[in-house]
Structure formats: structure tokens, C-alpha cells
Design a protein. Sequence first.
Length: 543
Amino acid sequence: MPARSYPAQPLFADPSEKEVWQALIAQLPADAAVVCNLKILDTNKQYEMDFIVLWPEVGVAVLEVKGGNVTPNEDATFTQKDAKDSREIDPMGQATSNAYELKRFLAKKSSIQNFSARPTVVLPYADIPSSYSRPTIPRTVIHDHVDIVSLADRISRDLLSHHFRPTALEVHAILTALSVPLAQQKSLTELGLERENQVAELTEQQFAILDLCIAMPKFSILGSAGCGKTFIAIEQSRRRAAAGDRVLFLCYNYGLSEYIRRRFETFPENERPTHIGTLHSLGNKWGMKFDVQSSDDFWDSQLPGLLIEHLKTMPAELKYDTIVIDEAQDFHSDWWNVVLGALKDYDKGRIYAFGDIRQGIFRQATDIPLQESKLHLDKNLRNSLPIAELAALCVEEPLQLSGLDGPPVTWIETTTHGAEDAANKEVARLISQGWNPADICVLTTGSRHEVQRKEGEGALSRPYWKKYFEEDAIYHCTTSGFKGLERRVVVLAMNGWKEEERKKDILYTAVTRARDVLVICGSKEEITQAGGKEFFKKLTRSA
């Protein structure tokens, strides 16, 4: 049996911590305990301990974990580099300070005599020379990426040279004394706020791609779900509007266009596009009169033809210098002629297309034009690690997973017909746990949810979308209608498929709408057919 973990399913702010936790749990014996992310508040300071290893008859270690590229300095410090910057750190100083604070805390809260803990440093992505030595830091208390595979053995050898070896009863007493601060573990809400800050920082870094292609008048940026394409598209629109361009911002579905419109309301007027809307709203924008038909052929081919004819007589001053397209994989090929015709000047005009071929769930997606200037983003910023790891199994290209940790994805076994009822029960459970209804979205893979069906055509209207943007309420939507949007919690009801041949793309799109928590309600057969065997194995292991 693996070692005990407190809490059993901890949440981590950094992937390096999760990697160390997995190694400890797998390598330590069943009678050992690992306390994770412990916070102790002193009068003037809060101490945060990444891990405490409690090992009966062996000892106690307080671990400080540092991710990123870490290299030793001449003194007792290290240099840590990551995507943001380079900084000097003192992990041994932190571990030592935490070990002393733990001793002071237990002296007040328990009757354990002669307690002592060994400060330890773990650098899971570093390569520390075996010859490394400092007066205050022996190499035996530093564990790098090579040492992770034998981390427990290395900790054991170091602790056995130390004088304090707790009995099983003393380990129990320590855990009892730590029960109050353990109850104050970092909450999912706190991690959610950290994720929001991290996404904002990483997205700012992604803007650098726009600086690299500043001289390119036409390009496409392709990337997986959650890589920040929409934010980059908004930033590019803002830059071009600020430069004095008439900017047209297009996407395919109404919900995403409404989200983008609301984002731009926070910008100065001179940094907003001239028009933001869907492809299908252009006729109204340009004052055209035509009879609307409900067929796909009308929207995909006939309407584009009418718009192209209209553009031939449109004054140049009403056309656009720049056109930005989000979710460009949804554009039918005939719509690209409308885009080109809407430019004031084809040669000087700018077109920037953003998309993800794997999210072509309205039709069989083809590659996006602008082939000569195609850029790629492959870093998932939005989803928690368990969600991103599951989504990665739906795509062939490797993804860089940069999100914070989160709870395991939950699987609720149900039939296709029972998926909506199962989802409703999960929503009730989540609310009983303290989730705000406004954090929750219920998505369906096939027909609309019963809540949407009762709305009729109103489910596609502006007032219905107001629920998502303004009301403190659960939102119900089909996966296709919610594409490009997100919520902290998604409950997915696998209630059939609108288009059987695009099961995997629909599942991938649905999974990546969740930032923190994902619950999948469906049968083993449906999930395996859509996501594949590895997807189902990963899901059930997580659940």
C-alpha cells in the first residue's frame, strides 16, 4: 500500500510539487505519512511548508520544493529561472526556517519530547553536481531530477543519521496537533484565483508573438483549446484600432461575439473595433434585405454570395483596413471570399485568423487559409492539470500543460437517456458543496438540455445569453453553442451526438470549457467511442 497523504487529494499551485508528491506516495511505506502544503500562522509571519514526511522509526523531514531551472551559486543560494525571469532563492534557508517553526508549533500543541525535523530541498527539474557541497548544505539533503526515482531511500538514509526517530504513536500525535492548520489547506477558490492571475501573466507573454509578426499583413495563429487565442485576437484588434484602422472582428457563434463585445467595453473607444459580430450578422450590419432560409446551404453558400455582390457596390470608406477572425476553423470556404471583399485594399489590408482545427464541430474543418504565414501556440493556459491531461488525449499534437493543479475529473456512469438527470443531480451536489451557481455550466453533446428546450427559440436569443454574462445562475448550453467560452465548473451530459462523425472533436471541445472542475456524465461505451480507450482509462483512474 502507498503512504498516507494529508489531505488525500491535495491541490498544488505548481506541477513540480505534484511530481514530488507522486514520488513520495509511491515510494514511502504504508505507515509513513506525507503532509502537503501546510500553513502555520505565527504572530508576524505565515510559514508555508511544501511537504512534511513523517516516517515511524526513521524521522521527520521538512521539504522545500523549487521548480524551474535551478542552478547553485557560489554561496548557499541558488538561481531559479523560468519563463518570466531569473531570481536568487534560498530554499535551504526556507526549509530550515520551516523546520524550526514546526518544532515551536508542536512544542505548544503536543507533548512530544526532543522533536527535530530535517530540512530538505527537492529540485525536480534541476541537475545538481554530485560534487556540490556547502558548509550548511550537504549534497545528501538536496535531491534533483535524477534523485527523484529514489527519493524515499535518499531521505531515509539522511534521516537515519539524525537523532529524532518518532514512534507510530508520536506520528499520530503530530498529525493530531496539525489537524487545525491542515483544515485550512489552500482551497479550490484560492487556486482558482491563482490560476486567473497565472493565465493573465502567461497570456501577456503570448502577446510577444504579435511583436514577432508585426510586419506580416496576413497570418493565421493555430493552437489548442485553452492556449489564449481569443485574448491574443482581442489584443491584435486593440493594437490595430489604436493605430487608426477600421477593424472588423468576426467569429461564428453569438455567445463568443457577445463575450468579445463586452471585453472591448472596458477599452477606450479609440481601441475598439468598428464592428464585432458573427458572420451571419454582417447582412444586418450592412443594411441588406434578403429572405432568410433555415438550410445550411443558405448560410454557407447563398448568403456569402449575396454579401459578395453587395460588397461590389459598397463605398471603400465603409470597408475595413483590418479583419480579425476568431474560431476561424468554423468558416465555410465561401465565407473567405466575403472576408477578402470586405477589405478596403486587398494588397495592403490585414487579415488575422485564429483557430483550432480540432474544434471544427459545426462542419468538417479544413485548414485555415493564409498558409504562407502560419504560427502555432501549443501551451494550455486555461485548464487545470487534470482537465488538460485528459484533453491532451483527444489531440495528436503534444501539448504543453501549464495550468495549476485541481481536483480529479469525476465520471458519473449513466445511460444516454439518463445523462441529463445525472447532470442535474451533480449540479445539486456541487451547489451543496458551496459552489456558486454562476460558476457552473451544464453542457450537452447532442440535443439541448431540458432547460434550453423549454426556452424554445429563446435559447438562442440575447436575453438567454444574459444569464451567462450577468445573472447569478447555472447556464445550460450545447457544446457547439458554448464554443470559445468557459466556466470554472462544467458538468457534461453525454446525451447523444448531433453529428456522430465528430464525436471526438465535440468531446474535446466540451472538456476544455472547464477551468477548475469537470464532471462527465455518460456511459463507458459512449466515452470510449468518442475519446478512445486511453481517454477512458485516464478518466476512470482520475475518478
